[in-house]
Design a binder for this molecule. Structure first.
Ligand code: XMP
Length: 518
């Protein structure tokens, strides 16, 4: 368990991660109730949970079958420990099995909306004043028998035991997903568990986090170097450190040549002029592009960019140092997704700001936002006085446009990618759609297609426009933009961006595609 997490978790709720896609969502829903929640490895020992004085535990969903060999299991002592437990989907099936019930592959799978009949009002369903609820299901296995010590609270056509509780009223299981917004009364159920069963403490707020972080960062010794990219995360990190340690903070903005159009100017404006942060601007674009020359493997490009960043920091630090710390804007999902903190979630991509720094770095890494979700970071940024255009800017990957130029990063492809992305952003801003989508950009690969310019044949690049909707980047769907908006984007790109003759629109969701093309 991360030490600060352990401190925060006192009176909060631990979510054990069995690999389900909604595990983060459970944490966020609990935090929305004002109760701290962290995602911990599925096999976290009960002794650790007790030492952290957690008020309760939620077992997340997961893709495995509880009866399969090697299926992830919690510490078996959990169910006898007296800690309140809410099992969701796979977690519910674990609970049923732990108490002697049976879980088998179901005849009929249940995906999406399901109608659930409430059999016991009050308790978990307190405040949910309906007999039939629309609940979100996603399972192939079902509980076929529950032990006599368990009470059935709700049922559906395919799940006769859709919600159960143990006789002592301290352990609950639901086959459906209360954390998903499509589940009617889901937030009330979580609230009933968190407050009535766990008696969790309502002490989590961004204001409180700000106060505690400023106090703890103020005790950092020496000078802190913070790399700022213009993105929300590093900007909020810098503003937080500025509040905590003021002149002992020194920010460095490395222009990698892989940034969005206008980024460098925007950073200069708000960091040095609006917030009064010490900041040095370094134009390292030549060095980054030279280091990337000839490389096309995405993970290799990420590593090279990560190393080039680290080299720049080291060079700056030895010229301007000593600096004792290096601050980074790593967020909670980055920590989890890189497999550094928890459970069976596999490494999907090496996020450069988590995985790629050389171990010989002479500064200690400080990550003040590592417990926060993106929306919490935005709220923190607003408290710190960051302008809305910075807070609302779409997320941007640390390795920058190197992951949006598919294949080798050449000057031609890079320029096309940057300019086409500028057009996408501008059109969405004009149409009032920018704030309604998660990310919007253009990417470019090596496809050459034939076009006509005037009366002449002209072979040029094809760019792909990608606009996605998401809540947390773990899953995403393509945005169904109006045809006129797509048309405007396409014609502006081919008119304004040198060398581009064709525009495609990406209509894949995540999964199977990831948001970034590489
Ligand atoms: P994917 O492409 O994995 O992206 O669906 C999920 C979210 O993370 C961002 N992303 C990155 N951020 N370093 C980062 O700091 C990276 O290497 C990286 N790769 C992806 C991406 O923009 C999306 O919001």
């Amino acid at each position: 368990m991360i030490p600060t997490e352990r401190e925060e978790l006192k009176g909060g709720v631990a979510v054990l991660d069995f690999g389900g896609q909604y595990a983060h969502l459970i944490c966020r829903r609990v935090r929305a109730l004002g109760v701290y929640s962290a995602l911990l490895p599925h096999d976290t020992p009960v002794g650790d949970l007790e030492a952290a004085r957690v008020a309760g535990v939620v077992l997340s969903g997961g893709p495995a079958s509880v009866y399969a060999g090697g299926a992830p299991m919690p510490d078996p002592a959990l169910f006898e420990s007296g800690i309140p437990v809410l099992g969701i989907c796979y977690g519910y099936q674990l609970l049923v099995r732990a108490h002697g019930g049976d879980v088998l592959k179901a005849d009929k799978r249940e995906y999406g909306r399901s109608s659930v009949r409430v059999l016991e009002r009050g308790g978990l369903f307190k405040g949910v004043d309906k007999d039939e609820l629309v609940c979100w299901m996603s399972h192939t296995d079902s509980a076929t028998r529950i032990p006599s010590t368990m009470q059935v609270l709700a049922s559906s056509d395919n799940s006769p035991f859709a919600a159960v509780r143990t006789a002592d009223g301290r352990q609950f299981g639901v086959q459906f997903h209360p954390e998903v917004s499509h589940t009617e009364g889901g937030q009330a159920m979580l609230s009933n568990f968190v407050f009535d069963v766990c008696h969790a403490e309502r002490k989590w707020s961004i204001e409180g986090f700000l106060k505690r972080s400023v106090a703890s960062l103020a005790s950092l010794e020496g000078r802190v170097l913070c790399a700022v990219s213009g993105g929300v995360d590093s900007s909020v990190t810098a503003a937080l450190l500025q509040r905590a340690i003021g002149p002992r903070l020194h920010c460095v903005f490395i222009d990698t040549g892989l940034l969005r159009s206008g980024e460098a100017d925007a950073v200069r404006q708000f960091l040095s002029e609006d917030l009064g942060v010490n900041v040095t601007f370094i134009d390292a674009s030549r060095r980054f592009l030279d280091a990337l020359a000839g490389l096309s493997d995405p993970e290799e490009k990420r590593r090279v960019v990560g190393r080039a960043f680290a080299d720049e920091f080291e060079a700056f630090a030895s010229a301007e140092g000593p600096f004792q710390h290096l601050a980074q804007g790593t967020l909670y999902p980055d920590v989890i997704e890189s497999g550094r903190s928890t459970g069976p979630a596999s490494v999907i991509k090496t996020h450069h700001n988590v995985g790629g720094l050389p171990s010989g770095l002479s500064m200690k890494v400080v990550e003040p936002l590592r417990e926060l979700y993106k929306d919490e970071v935005r709220a923190l940024g607003a408290l710190l006085g960051l302008p809305q255009n910075v807070l609302r800017r779409h997320p941007f990957p640390g390795p920058g446009l190197s992951v949006r130029v598919v294949g080798e990063v050449t000057a031609e492809k890079l320029a096309a990618c940057k300019e086409a992305s500028r057009v996408v952003e501008e059109v969405l801003q004009e149409e009032g759609l920018y704030g309604k989508v998660w990310q919007a950009f253009a990417y470019v690969g090596d496809d050459r297609v034939t076009g006509v310019l005037g009366d002449e044949r002209r072979v040029g690049l094809q760019v792909t426009v990608k606009v996605v909707e998401s809540v947390d980047a773990m899953t995403a769907d393509w945005a169904k933009l109006p045809a006129e908006v797509l048309e405007k984007i396409s014609s502006r790109i081919t008119n304004e961006v040198e060398g581009v003759v064709s525009v495609a629109y990406a209509i894949s969701s995540k999964p199977p595609a990831t948001i970034e093309p590489q």
